[in-house]
Design a protein around this ligand. Structure first.
Ligand SMILES: [Zn+2]
Length: 312
């Protein structure tokens, strides 16, 4: 609750948030292997999350984090603007901003891919903690799901339905015995995100690594930034961070992909064996149907920007 408010009968509506100051981290891209510096900066109310490439012409550098900019969902989510400027592997930093309830931010990068860091969202959570979170004057404008939408591909499916808060229920089922079938359910709040989800790392299978590299993917991938599975074994010396780290990472990916709705979602997601492609299909299908969701328009002069007079 914002400090300094009084009046017991007052209904406090959630306000938008941004970062208190700029903070940066450095790493390499998981797929490109290219080094990159990522800087998180404050942004105006109602501006959402916007990526800015600092290594290209400023006229074409801005790529909004919205579903209509998704151009590739092979193993990670890649965005591009109308001029073709791309930003790859956006999902973990977006999951962090969604998970911690940050409405507005500029994410600057001096290269084509968000650094993978340790393969989880924990380094980005630490970055946001260093920056601090600032409450803004404008009310939050969540996207309210109004009716159920489902997408299917073979036996994989994902569904979103109305709910009073963002909730997610993900099940995965892999042949590899170290992963097998796992399920995780979460009603989103920042503490639970940081504790239960943020530390879960991306994962891959040892027998796929060569194929990925031949396809130009996972060039920056290593045991430092991914859990690698070989049948019933985990190749990482220190093992897992959570017994069900794999499904928790799927939840993390979903939080990133679903933030491409362009706003925090009030709705419940359930999914079986989902991935970036199906996540994007679900969001795009929902957004294409104006009867499936509602979002209030921005208010230019919000009432709470006026001097506060207690109603007693
Ligand atoms: Zn991921």
């Amino acid at each position: 609750m914002p400090a300094g408010r009084s009046g017991e009968s007052e209904i406090v509506k959630p306000r938008q948030t941004t970062l208190d100051r700029a903070v940066a981290c450095q790493g390499i891209g998981l797929h490109s292997g290219a080094p990159a510096t990522l800087t998180l900066r404050a942004a105006k109310p109602d501006s959402g999350i916007v990526f800015v490439r600092t290594d290209v012409d400023p006229l074409v550098a801005t790529v909004a984090a919205v579903a209509s900019n998704v151009v590739d969902t092979t193993l990670s989510t890649t965005l591009a603007n109308a001029a073709g400027t791309r930003v790859a592997t956006v999902e973990h930093v977006l999951a962090t901003l969604n998970g911690l309830g940050i409405d507005n931010a500029v994410v600057e990068i001096d290269g084509p891919e968000v650094p993978i860091m340790d393969g989880s969202a924990e380094p980005f959570v630490a970055l946001v903690n260093r920056a601090g979170i600032k409450t803004q004057a404008s009310q939050r404008r969540p996207l309210e799901v109004r009716r159920s939408i489902e997408v299917r591909r073979g036996d994989k499916w994902a569904r979103i339905e109305p709910a009073p808060a963002f909730a997610i229920d993900v099940t995965i089922d892999f042949e590899a015995r170290a992963v097998a079938r796992q399920r995780h359910e979460l009603v989103l709040d920042p503490e639970r995100f940081a504790r239960e989800i943020a530390r879960a790392r991306t994962f891959g299978f040892a027998d796929e690594v060569e194929h990925l590299r031949a396809s130009g993917l996972a060039r920056g991938g290593s045991l430092d930034n991914a859990v690698v599975v070989a049948g019933d074994r985990i190749l990482n010396e220190d093992g897992l961070r959570y017994a069900d780290e794999f499904v928790r990472h799927k939840v993390l990916d979903c939080l990133g992909d679903f933030y491409l709705a362009g706003a925090p979602i009030l709705g419940r997601v359930a999914a079986f064996c989902t991935g970036h492609k199906l996540n994007h299909e679900l969001i795009a299908t929902m957004l294409a149907d104006p009867t499936a969701w509602y979002r209030a328009d921005p208010i230019d002069a919000p009432a709470h920007a006026r001097p506060l007079v207690s109603a007693g």
